[in-house]
Ligand binder design. Structure first.
Ligand code: TXA
Ligand code: MG
Length: 348
């Protein structure tokens, strides 16, 4: 049975945190909020706990986990090399939505790293995450707290949907802050490489370390170019309905989506649309949802995963979405949306 407890996200109840800590130290699993998405935590230095995480998520065991820490000293325990770029990035962005890939120490079991000699490390800034990590022994492996293949959870009810009955505890700290998973930077290469775009974007990283590359697997949609982060190769976030992105100048996009909708509905299909506060009123379809306003790209990032989940309950066969190449987080948003769409995109 899964215990579900609600806490104040800024000042979580000490007794709840102590109980979460006890569960984690015994090798159990606790889901908790971070500033990016909810995580499914287990003791990252305990191979049995890592095994449980894979089983609860239905995740392939070659897909490594991120170890979450609550202080910089913990890095020495789990890594064996710490290049200057990693130090500079940690200074600039930790605690925060950045994960770094570093050479692992012998303390980190291969069960946690999916057999790799490197380890992913992140120090989150969410007060509940910080408290749970400390209480649980300081090294908490935590993938996103969703069933493998579903959108990452941005609210506790998403975690409940996917994992109730499969884990020991869910700490409900309300909605997360960002809504997209952390930026992953591989610091084992001479020039750091972004393996997964996130809130911390390429320009912000460049300002700190000078040179930084994007993983080839992110830029090219060629099936044969495999991304370096093992998890990025899996079909992800895919809604039950077939999702297509329509990109171009706004009035043209609205017109084309309405034409496509009419055509599909004439053939008896049910159609859903992902628009914005600016355009939602101009669409005619079975279900129209606004993801947020284009004036605040943060709101678009925050609502993307939730809206994909909502469409799974909406009983539609096809979904058309506008494209969101916003200035700061556009790369991260479009990385997730394109995956959800299986890279189906129409340019108008
Ligand atoms: O924001 C986040 O990062 C959230 C919260 C809970 O912290 N966690 C998260 O974990 O998104 P997960 O497991 O869903 O995604 C981790 C990604 C996967 O794509 C995985 O393949 C990659 O990180 N990864 C982990 N260790 C790696 C390593 N040693 N080398 C390359 N990629 C790695
Ligand atoms: Mg995930």
């Amino acid at each position: 049975e899964t215990k579900i407890v609600t806490v104040d996200p800024k000042d979580p109840d000490r007794h709840v945190i102590e109980e979460a800590g006890r569960i984690l130290r015994r090798g159990g699993l606790v889901a908790f909020p971070t500033e990016t998405v909810y995580g499914l935590g287990g003791d990252g230095l305990n191979p049995k706990a890592s095994g449980k995480i894979y089983r609860a998520k239905g995740r392939p065991s070659d897909n490594p986990l991120i170890i979450h820490i609550a202080d910089s000293d913990s890095l020495n325990t789990i890594t064996s090399e710490f290049p200057w770029q990693a130090e500079a990035l940690a200074d600039a962005f930790w605690p925060g939505p950045l994960t770094m890939i570093l050479q692992k120490s012998s303390k980190v079991p291969y069960e946690t790293t999916g057999g790799l000699d490197s380890v992913a490390v992140r120090m989150p800034s969410h007060p509940v995450a910080m408290a749970v990590i400390q209480a649980g022994g300081g090294f908490i492996a935590a993938p996103s707290a969703n069933t493998s293949g579903r959108p990452s959870p941005t609210e506790a009810r998403h975690v409940i949907e996917d994992l109730q009955g499969k884990i020991d505890m869910i700490v409900d700290g309300g909605m997360v802050g960002i809504g997209l998973e952390s930026t992953i930077v591989d610091c084992t290469e001479e020039v750091p490489v972004i393996l997964r775009p996130g809130y911390i974007n390429q320009e912000m990283i460049q300002k700190i370390v000078g040179r930084v590359k994007m993983d080839k697997g992110l830029l090219i949609t060629d099936e044969n170019v495999k991304p370096k982060a093992p998890g990025m190769k899996y079909r992800h976030y895919a809604p039950k309905a077939e999702l297509t992105i329509v990109e171009g100048e706004s009035t043209l996009v609205v017109r084309r989506i309405n034409e496509l909708t009419d055509e599909f509905r004439r053939q008896g299909a049910r159609v859903g649309i992902i628009g914005t506060d600016e355009t939602a009123g101009q669409y005619r379809a079975d279900v129209v949802k606004s993801i947020g306003t284009r004036k605040e790209e943060e709101s678009i990032a925050l609502h993307l995963f939730g809206i994909l989940r909502e469409f799974d309950e909406a009983d539609v066969d096809f979904i058309f979405s506008e494209s969101f190449r916003t200035p700061q987080m556009g790369q991260a948003i479009m990385n997730r949306l394109l995956k959800a769409a299986g890279h189906r995109i129409i340019y108008v």
